[in-house]
Design a protein around this ligand. Structure first.
Ligand code: OSB
Ligand code: MG
Length: 376
């Protein structure tokens, strides 16, 4: 039976972050978030969140390009393809090159709808097996080392199982050194978001081997698999790739080159659950641990990330933390909370398993557009 998709509704909501989030590529104080809702002909619907940022600094996409791609290109392809299940969305949208965050937001909404229609929680519907997932936090660049140490202390006390700190040029090993000195026993990683170059920074990056890091995330540019491989051969610390892995082929190439030993899977970056599952299966087959990354999602994206993290092979703590770390008000009910042991209990309700606070979304909406998928 066809899913009988009827229309796509896009909304932009604006959410101020509790405190600015800074990486090597920039500082975010407010998030402009694209919420996707897809209806079928019976009026049932599913929710997705497009994780594209305000600026094309993490990758080429922005919320504005994703909006355009969704209305002008994704919608007509969906209309034409008459898909029967969520698992067919990826192939139906394959003619669109890249623009994976745009496609991923739509695909996620269709998975939510499909799982609701099947009477299942989303995490089961995608083949998830873990009912409790392990969580870590990502801590942005701070104004001072003291401020960073305070934040780390706070998150460790909250129970998070892994602390990741952002690093940037000029601060390659100093921040890790300071955190490791104050917290000798925590599980610690660093994320450079492509801040470094093989030719100028290898010697400095090697100093990070002294701090017993779980991983070094994305030290070099996204396309530089060969350079990551050269760097990995000189490091003891496992490299984890984030920006570099947007599809299964990238994961395969990275593995064949020994360019990384861990993979961060982000639903939006790879274009949705189908591709994420392919990467996860490949990684599991080859003994590569994976974990779920975050993009400062609101509650809807967070709920999808929780579902993704239930797949086998997601053994390392993900960047999935409590809604309240980022937002004053959650757009889902109940908000995502994390246990004192740094875990999230996966919800048992249908679809994403959280109520969406539609009144609140309505109040936060600054832009909306609906595209019909049936001619009449
Ligand atoms: O590289 O993992 C990243 C946020 C925005 C863009 C890129 C990244 C991040 C994070 C935040 O590290 C993780 C989170 O959502 O908690
Ligand atoms: Mg990252």
């Amino acid at each position: 039976m066809s899913l009988q998709l009827e229309r796509i509704e896009l909304r932009e909501i604006e959410l101020p972050l509790k405190s600015p989030f800074e990486t090597s590529f920039g500082r975010t104080t407010r998030r402009r978030i694209l919420i996707v809702r897809i209806f079928n002909r019976d009026g049932a619907y599913g929710y997705g969140e497009c994780v594209a940022s305000e600026n094309p600094f993490f990758n080429h996409e922005t919320i504005d390009t994703a909006w355009l791609i969704t209305t002008k290109h994704v919608a007509p392809l969906l209309e034409k393809s008459q898909i029967e299940t969520a698992s067919q969305v990826n192939d139906a949208l394959a003619p669109i090159r890249e623009n994976r965050m745009a496609k991923g937001g739509v695909e996620a909404a269709i998975w939510d709808l499909d799982s609701k229609l099947s009477g299942e929680p989303l995490w089961r519907h995608i083949g998830g097996t873990q009912q409790e997932i392990v969580c870590g936090v990502s801590i942005g660049l701070q104004d001072s080392t003291e401020a960073l140490l305070d934040k780390v202390g706070w998150e460790v006390d909250s129970g998070y199982q892994r602390i990741k700190i952002k690093i940037k040029r000029g601060k390659i090993w100093q921040l890790a050194a300071a955190v490791r000195k104050r917290f000798p026993a925590i599980t610690l990683s660093v994320d450079a978001n492509s801040a470094y170059r093989l030719d100028t920074d290898t010697e400095l990056l090697k100093r990070l081997d002294d701090y017993n890091l779980l991983m070094m995330e994305q030290p070099l540019m996204p396309g530089d698999l060969l350079d990551h491989s050269k760097l990995q051969q000189k490091l003891q610390t496992p490299i984890c790739l984030d920006e570099s892995i947007v599809c299964l082929a990238n994961a395969r190439h990275a593995h064949e080159l020994d360019a990384c030993r861990i993979i961060n899977i982000k639903l939006g970056r790879v274009g949705g659950f189908s591709e994420a599952k392919r990467i996860q299966s490949f990684a599991q087959e080859h003994g590569i641990p994976v974990w779920c990354g975050g993009m400062l999602e609101s509650g809807i994206g967070r709920a999808h990330n929780i579902a993704l993290s239930t797949l086998p092979g997601f053994t390392l703590p993900g960047d999935i933390s409590a809604s309240s770390r980022y937002w004053n008000e959650a757009i889902i009910e109940p908000p995502v909370t994390v246990s004192r042991q740094g875990t999230i209990h996966v919800p048992t309700g249908l679809g994403i398993g959280f109520e969406v606070r539609e009144d609140l979304i309505e109040a936060l909406t600054v832009r909306r557009e609906t595209v019909h998928l049936t001619a009449h």
